[in-house]
Design a protein around this ligand. Structure first.
Ligand code: ADP
Ligand code: MG
Ligand code: ZN
Length: 367
């Protein structure tokens, strides 16, 4: 294994390798095929979902010298290579988080007037564009009003609500979505295979849940896991590293909740905090468990899909729970656990939202 961090090593180099973001990739690809390129794009969405990556792929595709448009970016031609190396004069990346001022945007305004050095288009990728100062924003707006034909702007932001409506209306806007847990797990699986490291599927599942839709976070966690262990990764070790509850603790909690056994349920919360379990992970995995059971309840065939995520013994326990309990019960539990989740941000004690959810569930009349 190299020392290069995974998220850089596995940055996709063409559209096919992008995980999720299907409609965005489709539209951008079509615009390359039809050679219909806009002069300003806006990519918004959570961190680690592919905005910078897609921006760079698109920048190369728009300029690629390969004869067949469907092969762009070829990543082999002179321009692709130059853009990939990061030294090309026609690909300018600006991080608005660090260079927020009017001077930078003025420099940019002057820069866009001159023609590209080699490429067809000069591409400006402006990351975290919402961080620009007001003056810089206004200057940018002027540039966006009449961008020269040889320039492409790709603006990216994690906070769309902070971007002026006048900017949004002058761009072609794409919303990047959180990446599905299943897709994250598949992506991690591919990485560990390429790295030739044996990793339990269970670990990949834990990480894909904890990553909350960010593939970059998932890859960084995998890095941490590799760094923390010598040789094969053990699920227990990874649990401790990330404060993830042990499966038997989770299963015991699942059972206590379904049995409406307040005493055991609260005792498990107590034990979990003594064991250093991260309450956010606890709640997430608990929600995941109940969702799985809901699916199993609706369609027993779902167990085939679940086999990739959980162990056989756990699956059989969940199947039994699904059979014994009413669908209404799963709905009530999921509602309450889901309501508890955002409360973690403001709770006086990290255990409190789960404790209160347990009280609500076990006292609910309808179940
Ligand atoms: N949709 C995705 N498909 C494949 N890899 C991704 C995706 N999103 C993020 N990654 C991984 O995370 C890294 C960082 O992604 P990046 O494009 O910089 O995210 P963003 O700009 O949205 O914060 C990439 O190098 C890649 O390894
Ligand atoms: Mg980015
Ligand atoms: Zn090329």
């Amino acid at each position: 294994m190299t020392s290069e961090v995974l998220y850089r090593k596995y940055r996709p180099q063409n559209f096919d390798e992008i995980v999720g973001q299907k409609s965005t990739v489709e539209v951008l690809r079509a615009s390359i095929l039809k050679n219909r390129i806009s002069h300003a794009y806006l990519f918004s969405g959570p961190a680690g979902t592919g905005k910078t990556t897609v921006a760079r792929i698109f920048a190369r595709a728009a300029n690629c010298l390969d004869d067949s448009p469907e092969k762009r970016p070829c990543n082999k031609c002179e321009i692709c290579k130059e853009f990939l190396s990061g030294v090309g004069l026609d690909l300018i990346e600006i991080d608005a988080a660090s260079s927020r001022g009017i001077d930078e945007i003025r420099a940019l305004r002057d820069g866009i007037r001159s023609l590209p050095f080699k490429a067809k288009y000069k591409v400006y990728i402006i990351d975290e564009v919402h961080m620009l100062t007001k003056e810089a924003f206004n200057a940018l707006l002027k540039t966006l009003e009449e961008p020269p034909a040889h320039v492409i702007f790709i603006l990216a932001t994690t906070e769309l609500e902070k971007v002026l409506a006048t900017i949004i209306s002058r761009t072609q806007h794409f919303e990047f979505r959180k990446i599905w847990e299943e897709d994250i797990q598949k992506a991690l699986d591919m990485i560990v295979r390429k790295e030739k490291i044996k990793v339990d599927e269970e670990i990949l599942n834990i990480i894909s849940v904890l990553a909350s839709g960010s593939l970059r976070d998932a890859e960084s966690m995998l890095d941490q896991a590799f760094a923390a262990s010598s040789g094969e990764l053990e699920p227990e070790q990874i649990r401790r590293l990330f404060g993830v509850p042990a499966r038997d603790l989770l299963l015991a909690m699942t059972k206590a909740i379904l049995d409406k056994d307040v005493k055991s349920a609260l005792a498990i919360v107590h034990k979990s905090s003594e064991d250093g379990v991260d309450q956010k992970s606890f709640l997430k995995l608990l929600i995941q468990n109940f969702r799985f059971m809901l699916y199993l309840k609706v369609d027993p065939n779902y167990s085939k899909e679940l086999a990739d995520f959980i162990s056989e013994s756990e699956l059989s326990a969940m199947k039994a729970f699904a059979k014994e309990n009413d669908i209404k019960k799963f709905e009530t539990v999921l509602n309450n656990l889901n309501d508890a989740y955002p409360l973690l941000k403001i709770a006086y004690l990290q255990q409190l939202p789960l404790e209160l959810a347990i009280l609500k569930i076990t006292s609910a009349k309808e179940i």
